[in-house]
Design a protein around this ligand. Structure first.
Ligand code: GLU
Length: 448
């Protein structure tokens, strides 16, 4: 049995009850075959068996009191997956469907994503099965404070630096940082990123994931002679990531015609522009978690319970909502509709393996999320640098660095795909390029 097959089998046996984690381990490991099976040093050093096992993971109780005085308890997580190339780095997700499988898949992805940024950051992820939907401001604050009261002992500027993810934005980071500072008794700004601009946050962090995804798209477009301004995009989601994507596409003259939420999708053939973009932020902070209101306010079409894949005419599909939102039947519909041949993943692992295999087999170009959405964590890392320097950089400086990072990522994954004999397979290219640096660091540092 080959090295890769042996490790996949081992993960199936040990963690077979964690479907999301297993899915992403299989995707990554299968594409690493050309490198790990070409030189026995990887197997000798146990690189893969060490990579699939988090260095440390904590699960903890998060008790809090709701506005009615009732005691509530949620489950908190922090997985510190790999510190081979730097302190653990990765977001916190507050969502009812958070469990150890989801956090482990996100943490595993983060190892390779963070490596691709070229910044010295390891991989980690955390969160809680807390549902922000319908919660009052005071409840959110109490929850964040309680969460940090346990998390604080595991994080720090040189240890682990969490940030936001779904359900965690600037507001939640603010409450968590306040509590962290209070417990520590000192101002360690680099212990959390995504902070507000008045207390150590980086300008441009909020837009970074979305802007980075569009800069990345521009690099790919150069190879096929396309421009953002002549392109129609179908986007899913309506949160922070989708907002940044829509804002940058609009600025560059392109058109976004869909947004989605758990309640369905909206189709706005005139394009999401101007005040409609600002309204996306209002929808996010309202904690209602739906997009129907957009359709009402701006006279757009609303399709309850549906997703836009293959249902609207667009040149490019850009899933920005959540994992596994494009299933095999969506892929079939995309192929039948026949207009779009480009899938740009912005949410983490938005495509199921079956859908991905089908699309790639039929020649659809897939740009993988761990490369496309790396701009968010890249600017988080720039925030850590600014905090260590006790400085704040100007908008132009952050934006220029983000732009350069995204260009380099595209160039590196393209090169890796060519080097290992799969040109144009950006999914494999991203895994291979991300892996090379981490594996090299692991080989240098001995068995640890
Ligand atoms: N949650 C984001 C991601 O998936 C950002 C993490 C960070 O900024 O640390 O990469």
């Amino acid at each position: 049995m080959s090295y890769v097959d042996r490790i996949i089998q081992q993960v199936e046996e040990k963690d077979g009850d964690e479907p999301e984690f297993l899915q992403c381990v299989k995707e990554v490991l299968n594409s690493l075959r050309p490198v790990v099976e070409s030189d026995e040093k990887y197997e000798k050093a146990g690189i893969l068996e060490r990579l699939v096992e988090p260095e440390k993971s904590v699960v903890f109780r998060v008790p809090w009191v709701d506005d009615q005085g009732r005691v509530r308890v949620n489950r908190g997580y922090r997985i510190q997956f790999s510190s081979s190339i730097g302190p653990y780095k990765g977001g916190l997700r507050f969502q009812p469907n958070v469990n150890s499988s989801v956090i482990k898949f996100l943490g595993f992805e983060q190892i390779f994503k963070n490596s691709l940024t070229g910044m010295p950051i390891g991989g980690g992820k955390g969160g809680a099965d807390f549902d922000p939907k319908g919660k009052s401001e005071a409840e959110i604050m109490r929850f964040c404070q309680s969460y940090m009261t346990e998390l604080f002992r595991y994080i720090g500027p040189d240890t682990d630096c969490p940030a936001g993810d779904m359900g965690v934005g600037a507001r939640e980071i603010g409450y968590m940082y306040g509590q962290y500072k209070r417990i520590c008794g000192s101002y360690k700004a680099g212990a959390l990123s995504g902070k507000g601009l008045s207390y150590g946050g980086s300008i441009g962090r909020m837009e970074a994931t979305g802007y980075g995804a569009v800069y990345f798209t521009q690099e790919y477009f150069k190879t096929i002679g396309r421009q953002i301004k002549d392109t129609v995009f179908a986007v899913s989601g309506f949160g922070n990531v989708a907002w940044g994507v829509v804002k940058k596409i609009d600025e560059l003259g392109g058109k976004v015609v869909t947004l989605s939420g758990p309640d369905g999708y909206i189709y706005d053939p005139d394009g999401v522009t101007g005040e409609k973009i600002d309204y996306m932020l209002e929808m996010r902070t309202s904690n209602k978690d739906c997009v129907k209101d957009y359709a009402k306010k701006f006279h757009a079409e609303f399709y309850p319970g549906e997703k836009p894949w293959g249902k609207v005419k667009a040149d490019v599909y850009m899933p920005c909502a959540t994992q596994n939102e494009i299933h095999e039947e969506d892929a079939k519909r995309i192929l039948e509709e026949g207009h779009s041949r480009i899938l740009i993943e912005v949410a983490n692992m938005p495509t199921t393996q079956e859908a991905m295999d089908l699309l790639m087999e039929k020649g659809v170009t897939v740009l993988p999320s761990k490369a496309v959405n790396a701009g968010g964590v890249a600017v988080s890392s720039l925030e850590m640098v600014q905090n260590a320097e006790h400085l704040s950089w100007k908008k132009e400086e952050v934006d220029e660095r983000l732009h350069d990072i995204m260009k380099d990522i595209f160039c590196n994954i393209d090169k890796a795909a060519k080097k290992y004999g799969c040109p144009g397979n950006y999914v494999a290219g991203a895994n291979l390029a991300g892996f090379e640096k981490v594996a090299d660091a692991m080989l240098c540092q001995g068995i640890c």
